[in-house]
Design a binder for this molecule. Structure first.
Ligand SMILES: *Cc1c(COP(=O)(O)O)cnc(C)c1O
Length: 256
């Protein structure tokens, strides 16, 4: 089991970020990829403002948050950092679309047309647009959010009706498991689906992005083609709350 020490100084954050970047580079090297093609998205959920400000001082300029109201609260509290951008990466109910439309620059968990319509309406009202990733359930677990792989093609075909949403790619959460072969299979599944759908994607729907991989599995994800890795605990330190707080059913795996 990996241990994730807490970061409590700018120096700690610099060291943790450098260690993660070194692992990203090593994973890229193993498969002959250019590390410039992998974006590290630090995930600051549950982290308090003081620690987020330390990570900002260490260079973080875009942060991922799982829950929209927590993200919105932090955005307001840190409005004095105008170049700090927020990416919402967790499931969103349609009735909360207005929160995302107000401040987020990226949303990685688009998984229904009802939500797409709500976001389109709210973004239009705000005069904003949003980069989005379509979330796909690659593990087959009933508890996981995201579209079934077979439904993604029709979903993408509907996207031109929502011009405020700029589709940038697909996102997934792998199985939370120590069985790395099964974890890898989730990432292969997302990449394969993307490769199948890319040639027929509607104009304006960019499937170049693959957001996959977290602290426990980002190296495998990079080996399988990730262009965005969402890393929280390896940067900020272990979270006190169990993953089941974020993903219903996660606790039953005994991992995380
Ligand atoms: C929390 C979270 C992550 C990061 O997980 P860590 O174990 O902290 O690296 C990635 N993606 C999503 C959707 C998350 O909610």
């Amino acid at each position: 089991m990996m241990s994730y020490p807490q970061a409590t100084s700018v120096e700690d954050f610099r060291r943790h970020l450098a260690a993660v970047q070194a692992r990203i580079h090593a994973a890229c090297e193993r498969v002959g990829r250019d590390p410039a093609g992998v974006r590290l998205l630090p995930v600051s959920k549950t982290v308090d403002e003081a620690h987020i400000r330390l990570s900002y001082a260490a260079g973080c300029r875009q942060l991922g948050e799982n829950k929209v109201q927590e993200a919105h609260r932090k955005w307001q509290a840190m409005a004095d950092l105008p170049d700090l951008r927020w990416s919402v990466i967790g499931h969103l109910q349609s009735n909360k679309a207005k929160w995302v439309a107000r401040f987020a620059t990226e949303f990685q968990a688009l998984d229904s047309l009802r939500l797409a319509a709500a976001l389109q309406q709210r973004l239009q009202a705000e005069g904003r647009s949003l980069d989005v990733f379509v979330q796909v359930n690659t593990s087959g677990e009933a508890s996981k959010y995201g579209l079934a792989p077979r439904d993604v093609q029709a979903f993408l075909a509907a996207m031109p009706a929502y011009p405020a949403l700029r589709v940038r790619g697909l996102m997934t959460l792998a199985l939370l498991s120590t069985d790395t072969a099964r974890v890898r299979q989730c990432f292969i599944g997302l990449r394969t689906l993307r490769d199948q759908l890319r040639p027929g994607a509607p104009a304006g729907v960019d499937l170049g992005g693959l957001s996959m991989g977290m602290s426990g599995d980002f190296e495998i994800a990079i080996e399988e083609g990730a262009t965005v890795v969402r890393v929280g605990q390896a940067i900020y330190g272990a979270r006190a709350l169990p993953d089941s707080h974020y993903w219903p059913g996660a606790a039953s795996t005994g991992v995380g």
